[in-house]
Design a protein around this ligand. Structure first.
Ligand code: NAP
Length: 278
C-alpha cells in the first residue's frame, strides 16, 4: 500500500543489518493488515548507536528492533527498562512512548514460549525438568521463559562451564549447572530439551548429544532455524519425540514490537511461515 504523510515508522538497527529478515516480515504484516506504516533497515555503527537511539523520537519513529551488536548497549541507554529485559541482559525492542521517552524490552522469551504454545498447545512447561544446552544470549531468554512458565528444574549444560555458572547466578534457584561431560546422562526424566547453541547450523557440526536417554514423552526444540530441520530435530523425530523448530520463535518474538508500533497484534500463520521459508 502507498504511504501517507502520517505513516507510522519503525525499523531494525544493527551493524551490519543487510542480512536481517525483519524488514520482510514486518513488511508482510503491514501489507496484510493494510497499515499506513513502514519498517526499514537502519545500518548503524556502534559509535553512532547512542545518538541514533536518542534521535528516534525526534524523527517521529514509533520504535525499532535492536540487533547485533547493540543489544547489550541498548540496556544502559533506554529511559525505561522492562524487568524481563534486565533479567535477560539485553534489549531487542525499543518503544517510543507518547512523552518521547524510550522503553526497552526483550521479546525473545515471549517468542520462545509462544512458539511452543502455538505448535504444541497441550505442552506444559511445568510438567518436568528442562535441559537447556548453551549459555549465550539466547539461553538467557529461554531460561527466563522456563522460569516464568513454572519449570520445576532447569538443567543448564554448556561447553564452557563458567559461562553457565554466570548465567545461573543471574537467574533463579531452579537453574542447575551440569558439566558438559554429563550432558547425555542429565537427559533422563527430562520433559523438554532446548538447543540454544550454534551447533547444527548450516556449516556447523551437529550438537553432539545422545538422545537415547530422553523419555519418549519428551519434547525437543532447537533455536537454530537454518536448516529448519537440524540434525538434532531429525534424530528426535526418528525416535518418535515431539519436535518444534526455531523459525516460529523468530516470528513470534517480532509480534509485541509490531503491536506497540502499529497498533495490531499480528498473527503467525502458515502463509507467513511459507513466505519467510521461501
Ligand atoms: P552466543 O551468545 O554466541 O552463544 C553461542 C552458544 O553456542 C554458547 O553457549 C557456546 O558455548 C555454544 N557453542 C558454540 N560453539 C560450540 C561448540 N563447538 N560446541 C558446543 N557449544 C558451542 O549465541 P546466541 O545469541 O545465544 O545464539 C545461539 C543460537 O541461537 C544461534 O544459532 C542463533 O541463531 C539462535 N537464535 C535463534 C533465535 C530464534 O528466534 N530462533 C533467537 C536467538 C538466537 P561456549 O560458551 O562454550 O562458547
Amino acid at each position: 500500500m502507498s504511504l501517507s504523510g502520517k505513516a507510522k515508522l519503525a525499523g531494525v538497527i544493527g551493524w551490519p543489518v543487510g542480512h536481517s529478515w525483519s524488514p520482510r516480515l514486518h513488511g508482510h504484516w503491514l501489507e496484510f493488515y493494510g497499515i499506513d506504516g513502514a519498517y526499514v533497515p537502519l545500518p548503524v555503527r556502534p559509535a553512532d548507536f547512542a545518538e541514533v537511539l536518542r534521535a528516534l523520537p525526534r524523527m517521529g519513529f514509533s520504535g525499532a528492533n535492536v540487533t547485533l551488536p547493540h543489544k547489550e548497549t541498548a540496556l544502559a541507554l533506554v529511559d525505561h527498562l522492562d524487568p524481563l529485559a534486565r533479567r535477560i541482559g539485553a534489549v531487542n525492542t525499543l518503544i517510543v512512548r507518547s512523552d518521547g521517552s524510550i522503553e526497552g524490552r526483550n521479546t525473545d522469551a515471549f517468542g520462545f514460549r509462544e512458539n511452543l504454545r502455538h505448535v504444541l498447545p497441550g505442552l506444559s512447561l511445568a510438567a518436568g525438568p528442562a535441559v537447556v544446552v548453551g549459555a549465550g544470549g539466547a539461553a538467557r531468554a529461554v531460561v527466563a521463559a522456563l522460569e516464568d512458565a513454572g519449570a520445576p528444574e532447569i538443567r543448564l549444560v554448556n561447553r564452557t562451564r563458567e559461562r553457565a555458572e554466570n548465567l545461573a547466578k543471574s537467574m533463579g534457584a531452579l537453574v542447575r549447572v551440569i558439566d558438559w561431560e554429563q550432558r547425555h546422562d542429565c537427559l533422563a526424566d527430562t520433559a523438554l530439551l532446548v538447543n540454544t547453541t550454534t551447533q547444527g547450523m548450516s556449516g556447523q557440526p551437529p550438537l553432539p548429544l545422545l538422545l537415547d536417554r530422553l523419555p519418549l514423552t519428551a519434547t525437543v526444540t532447537d533455536l537454530v532455524y537454518v536448516p529448519l530441520e537440524t540434525p538434532l530435530l531429525a534424530d528426535a523425530r526418528r525416535r518418535g519425540l515431539a519436535v518444534v523448530d526455531g523459525l516460529g520463535m523468530l516470528l513470534h518474538q517480532a509480534r509485541p514490537g509490531f503491536e506497540a508500533w502499529f497498533g495490531v497484534m499480528p498473527e503467525v500463520t502458515d502463509t507467513l511461515r511459507r513466505f519467510v521459508e521461501a
